[in-house]
Ligand binder design. Sequence first.
Ligand SMILES: NC(=O)c1ccc[n+]([C@@H]2O[C@H](COP(=O)([O-])OP(=O)(O)OC[C@H]3O[C@@H](n4cnc5c(N)ncnc54)[C@H](O)[C@@H]3O)[C@@H](O)[C@H]2O)c1
Length: 399
Amino acid sequence: MGRPRAVDEIERTGRAVSTRNLRIIMNGVTGRLGTNQHLVRSLLAIRREGGVRCQGGVVLMPEPVLLGRNPDKLKQLSVAHGGLEWSTDSEACLADARNEIYFDVSATVGRRERALAAIAAGKHVYLEKPIAGDRDEALAIARGAQAAGVRNGVVQDKIYLPGLQKLRKVIESGALGRMLTVRLDFGWWIFDGALHPSQRSSWNYKRAEGGGLVLDMFPHWRYIVETLFGTMTSVSCRMATRIPRRIDERGEPYDVDVEDEAFATVELDGGVTVQIASSWVTRVRREDMLTIQVDGTDGSAYATLHRCFLQPLAATPRPRWDVDVFQDNDHLAKWQEVPSMDPYLNSYRMGWELFLRHVQDGSPFPSPLISGARALQLVDACYRSHAERRWVDLPELSS
Ligand SMILES: NC(=O)c1ccc[n+]([C@@H]2O[C@H](COP(=O)([O-])OP(=O)(O)OC[C@H]3O[C@@H](n4cnc5c(N)ncnc54)[C@H](O)[C@@H]3O)[C@@H](O)[C@H]2O)c1
């Protein structure tokens, strides 16, 4: 365990620091993502390393309050981490003025109601994606938070992954020239529960419970594409349900009523075209579960979750097209790897540190809830494009 950052701060600046405890209601924390990423690798890691340093020498120390439905699971999680406070009573948690932030990582269904209740109770709100079931619900939350004057944000973790950060640097360096097209390829095989247990909870495959691949993944595609390549203006999408029946956590079969595969083409304001393939029914035969290739006039770049490769114009090979003779060509070897320059920090934790500083100092936060509503606008547009077999425009949204 490293020394508390607060001690380092005193030694570095000679200035005393004050520690401020900040209680955070974590609803849904016993779930897969809530426990591993948000609790253990984000807030508990921040605590272990001495808090988040803010302006004026203030060190913020997050204090998680575990909220959920199952007392046994909550108790177990609490004990595993030194006796954290826990509750199954969300009204009491919201009524407690000591709790300043409401964070929601529960299953997607019902997030709108939970978020609006937290806003009405005057809490700052930080929400997992998707922030609601559709664009109008999402806008109601974003506008509600703004009207109440509470700090607000949506988790947009993927942009902090090392591969995407490196890609961002490559683009900012100008090495690609004018960007032309982007190809984003995402997916892996999710077992149906017969041969092996499914890697995703059954609610992911039920419309009424907030399931669906487009609702799950396209919120990510919106902020990734817009941060790196340009503003989305129009989308065309086709989707399918390839595995219509699955086995749930109790071993019971159920019907799937959502898509498990989607292919979209997106136009950006600068003229770039983006192709997006997303699937829970594909086996990985590429470098990673998410890969992004961008081709530009002066070079191309290819990012995986952790790595990024570059092929500049001057080093672009001229492969021989001859279908009659096998070409023993190692195309991958002709790319240069972008080195790792910055230490890796968990991508969810990066979001938390920014959000905590936003709450304390009012410093800018890159993903307020209105950008969560823009994500739902894309999701709605994909469903409409599929149903009506046409392109759907994405007009500017504001809170
Ligand atoms: N940022 C990301 O990349 C990312 C990744 C995974 C999940 N998520 C989001 O996090 C949320 C939770 O996902 P997860 O994978 O941890 O799910 P999970 O099924 O593992 O956990 C769901 C949690 O919600 C609780 N819950 C409350 N109401 C429920 C209901 N009606 N049905 C089922 N569970 C209910 C469960 O008790 C559990 O604590 C989802 O909104 C999902 O979209 C985001």
